[in-house]
Structures are given as structure tokens and as C-alpha cells.
Ligand binder design. Sequence first.
Ligand code: GLN
Length: 191
Amino acid sequence: MARRIGVLALQGDFEKHKRALEAAGAEAREVRTAEDLDGLSGLIIPGGESTTLTLLLLPELLERLHTFCETHPVWGTCAGMIMLSKDASDPRVKPLGFLDLDIQRNGYGRQVHSFESDLKLSGNVEDAQTPLHGVFIRAPRITRMGENVEPLAWLGSDPVAVRQGHFMASSFHPELTGDLRLHRFFLSLRP
Ligand code: GLN
């Protein structure tokens, strides 16, 4: 039976993640309320604006999200990575703190500096010798990584996709390129 994965759909780029999950063989559901998390076996927190996401995560959903994260695979992309981190060095952002990362928002420059680049993959990702094309949009930069965090992809010497236990995070937007390797990697994670 296909795994049913949620995509937080409060704002940002959730539609493309849904399609990528479906193409990778999962069932995808938009998540807007605490009840929407019932029955899911994982969640993606997509890109958008972490300041806005902080405001939109109202107490009931936030509380349920915390419990969900403790026991289910969760992947944050771009703003989603900021939300999973420990510290985003911005008082307007309240990260959930599950991933042992510190983040600099817009660490590669602002909108005008959005860019694309081929990324080197860790041997744990399928077909690792083929580079992954990364689309970076006002992307967050990892400034500190705890020792339990495993890099999955690098931009030069910067880790830009990581995994820690049942959590994953990426600075870029893997849902925009049609390359499903990271979506499949996520679907292989178990709590
Ligand atoms: N710059 C955004 C933030 O700080 C993230 C951008 C994105 O998700 N594409 O939240």
C-alpha cells in the first residue's frame, strides 16, 4: 500500500511537492489543521517564508506538529529547513528545534541571487555519482551542524541537504526539477 505523506499547505510551494511525492509512489495530502495529520506516515514542510510560517502555525497545529515530528519522518525544504532547525538567528522565526543545525536565512543572497547549481551527493543516495541539480531561491545556509547530522548533498564544501535520524532538510527545492531521488530517499526513512 502506498505511504500517505502530508505536505504542510499553509503557504509556499506545496503543490509541486505533492506531485513529486505521487510520482515517487506515495499518496499526498495537504495539511492545514491538526486533524489533517491523523493517519499520515510522514510530512514535508515546503519552502515559502519562515517568518510567515511562524505566524501561521497557530497553537493547536503547532502542538500536534511537535508530537508528530517526534514519531514520524519529516523533511523541511528551504523555509521548511529553517523551521526544523535549532536556531535561525532571527527573532521573527520560531524554529521547532528538531534538527541540530543553525541556519542563516537568505545565506546565499536575496531573491536577485537565486541560482541553480549541480550538487555532489553522498554515497547513501541512489545513483550518487550523477550530480543532483539544485534550485536555490533566497536559500538558507547551514552555519553549524551537530555531529549526529549526516550530509546528503554539498554545494562546493557547504552541506545543503542533510539527514538526522528520521528528519531530513534541504536548502534548495528538489520538487522543482523532476529528479525524485531525494523524495525516494525520504520515503525510505522510518521513525
Ligand atoms: N528566504 C526564505 C525564508 O527565510 C526561504 C526561501 C524559500 O523557502 N524559498 O524563510
